[in-house]
Design a binder for this molecule. Structure first.
Ligand SMILES: NC(=O)c1ccc[n+]([C@@H]2O[C@H](COP(=O)([O-])OP(=O)(O)OC[C@H]3O[C@@H](n4cnc5c(N)ncnc54)[C@H](OP(=O)(O)O)[C@@H]3O)[C@@H](O)[C@H]2O)c1
Length: 285
């Protein structure tokens, strides 16, 4: 492995939350870091930390190519890609318009894969590289009204596992990060979608329960730096694990999923959502 201070990292979704914390952490470790997102104004403060800032929309092919061109012109290499940009389209499967579902896959899956397709020729040429994809425990456990989001994380996991076996021979590693509830802008965006698409339909009771859970998660969720710890381990390990799990509730949820049958897990989810909703109502009153 090259010394850390000669390794170039691209972090997408770096204008807030996990991506921002990761860009800062990796810069502190000495990496040459490129932070990318659409809202460049929110990343201005990163410049002062020695982080390069790039405008990037993962759904826009020209913007992806332009960002990589800048990195290659300036650094002549790219060692680590952190595919972290993403958001949650919550709402009933019946009610979320297909266009919104497609948009969810465009950002969380196709955006990540397109970037992977563009960096692989660079990494194959170098005969080294690491691709770190931000998945979620949503790829392993489930709850109602989150099917589109969970679908994207399941897809990303399947693609990542297959990709790992494709590119290992070129010296390229593929790693997944599986965060639990994390305190970022994610929950607010998911709740907004939930209320917009399902707030007044047939799924009311579930909507209020899931909305309360999103509010609670935003409060009790782990700090994004907890997930930045995992990113740092994935970026610096000589032989990284294929998956890193961490953050609020992640290990308990995965343990319960392994232990319980599907029907038992369904019942546990319903119970937790109901209890969470009542707890949240009591705290509010
Ligand atoms: N928070 C959680 O509880 C949690 C749990 C498990 C997994 N995750 C995953 O962790 C990742 C980061 O989420 P977060 O919690 O840090 O949420 P966040 O604070 O909302 O950050 C999401 C980031 O994604 C970027 N993004 C969204 N759409 C984009 C697009 N089209 N092009 C480029 N960038 C885009 C946003 O930047 P711009 O809007 O400026 O472009 C922002 O920087 C996501 O993949 C999420 O699914 C989060």
């Amino acid at each position: 492995m090259r010394p850390i201070n000669q390794q170039v990292v691209l972090v997408t979704g770096a204008s807030s939350g996990i991506g921002e914390a990761t860009a800062i952490r990796l810069r502190q470790r000495g990496f040459i870091v490129y932070a990318a997102a659409r809202r460049t104004a929110r990343m201005r403060h990163l410049l002062g930390l020695g982080i390069h800032v790039l405008a990037l929309d993962v759904t826009d092919d020209a913007s992806l190519k332009q960002a990589l061109q800048v990195i290659m012109q300036q650094q002549k290499r790219l060692d680590i890609l952190i595919n972290n940009a993403g958001f949650g389209t919550y709402g009933a499967i019946e009610e979320v318009p297909l266009a919104d579902g497609r948009r969810q896959f465009d950002v969380n899956v196709f955006g990540a894969v397109r970037l992977i397709q563009l960096v692989l020729p660079i990494m194959r040429c170098q005969r080294s590289g690491r691709i770190i994809n931000t998945s979620s425990i949503a790829a392993k456990v489930y709850e109602p009204l989150s099917g589109w989001y969970m679908g994207t994380k399941h897809a990303l996991e399947g693609i990542s596992d297959s990709l790992r076996t494709e590119v290992a021979a070129f010296g390229i590693d593929v790693v997944m990060i599986e965060p639990g509830a994390t305190n970022s802008q994610w929950a607010g965006i998911a709740k907004q979608a939930l209320l917009r698409d399902s707030g007044s339909g047939a799924y009311q009771k579930l909507v209020w329960e899931v909305a309360a859970q999103l509010d609670l998660f935003a409060k009790v969720g782990s700090a994004p730096t907890t997930i930045a710890d995992l990113m740092e381990r994935a970026a610096t390990a000589r032989r990284p694990r294929t998956r890193y799990v961490g953050g609020f509730g992640s290990k308990t949820a995965l343990f319960a999923r392994r232990l319980l049958s599907d029907r038992q897990f369904d019942a546990a989810v319903a119970l937790i959502l109901g209890l969470g909703y009542r707890y949240y109502q009591r705290r509010k009153s």
